[in-house]
Design a protein around this ligand. Structure first.
Ligand SMILES: Nc1ncnc2c1ncn2[C@@H]1O[C@H](COP(=O)(O)OP(=O)(O)OP(=O)(O)O)[C@@H](O)[C@H]1O
Ligand SMILES: [Mg+2]
Length: 254
């Protein structure tokens, strides 16, 4: 089972990814979190893990990947970056940090000023997600950068389910409306999670979404906020997060 969380900047993608990952592990699942946001550096801290080496280095860095992409295009060949399929155990050690049944990979971070274009990241993420095989009890959670550009790069291709995270804002509502037609084009089941939504804001946000696609509404939570502010591990449970992990465990493809 592979899942991707996306949404507007600051809606809570990374927070929910970390909380859901921990909840799934508590329930006995194996979870691989793929950090596909090249700008932010907080996710590994919330999982209490060190930051793995950039997976981009596996291919010799961004420049080499760009060269490979250009070569395959000029030769009109499909770009194939991997020789064998991997499961969680066979991902090369340098690129995965493990804590019990929780695994973390980072596709690539921006380390220097002017590193530029995120396209190779998208290409690599797409191929990586496609290349990982999951067993019955294995879950891959992909945390994405803000916005929907990654859809243009096909990052969602290997995922079974997409979660859009909405905060109570006009931008999130607009983005959810856009998703109606985007999701038609990519043909993936799409579900919604409202985050930091309470009172009237919760009512308004939920009224804009189809009932049968709304998996959870996570309230403003003081523990989440504090841990997020201090870059601390999430060491608590939140009932609505349990609902999301149960949803994933019980998910039956239609
Ligand atoms: N339910 C919540 N209750 C309280 N604070 C929250 C909640 N969800 C997220 N936050 C806080 O909101 C901020 C944004 O969350 P987060 O970094 O997860 O968003 P994001 O969508 O991953 O952002 P980005 O687009 O920058 O990657 C963080 O400070 C986080 O601690
Ligand atoms: Mg984030």
């Amino acid at each position: 089972m592979k899942t991707l969380l996306f949404g507007k900047g600051g809606s809570g993608k990374s927070t929910l990814t970390a909380l859901v990952a921990k909840s799934l592990v508590e329930k006995g699942c194996n979870v691989l979190v793929i950090d596909n946001d090249e700008s932010n550096f907080g996710l590994h801290r919330q999982l209490n893990m060190s930051l793995p080496d950039d997976f981009m280095d596996f291919l010799g860095g961004k420049k080499r990947l760009i060269n490979k992409m250009m070569k395959s295009r000029s030769e009109e060949k499909d770009l194939n970056l991997f020789d064998d399929k991997w499961d969680f155990e066979t991902i090369p050690d340098e690129y995965v940090v493990r804590n019990g049944n929780l695994y973390l990979m980072a596709v690539g971070k921006i380390h220097e000023f002017g590193e530029g274009c995120a396209c190779p990241m998208g290409v690599l993420a797409r191929q990586l997600i496609n290349n990982i095989e999951t067993g019955e009890n294995d879950f891959v959670l992909v945390d994405t950068e803000a916005g929907i550009e990654h859809f243009g790069r096909g990052v969602e291709e290997g995922c079974d389910v997409l979660f859009m995270v909405l905060d109570p804002s006009y931008e999130s509502i607009r983005l959810s409306e856009k998703m109606d037609w985007i999701v038609d084009g990519i043909d993936k089941p799409l579900y919604y999670i409202c985050n930091r939504a309470e009172g009237d804001a919760r009512e308004i946000l939920c009224s804009k979404l189809p009932d049968d696609k709304l998996v959870a509404t996570v309230p403003v939570n003081e523990s989440i906020f504090k841990a997020g502010l201090l870059g601390n591990e999430f060491q608590f449970t939140v009932p609505e997060i349990e609902d999301i992990s149960d949803f994933l465990i019980n998910y039956q493809p239609k």
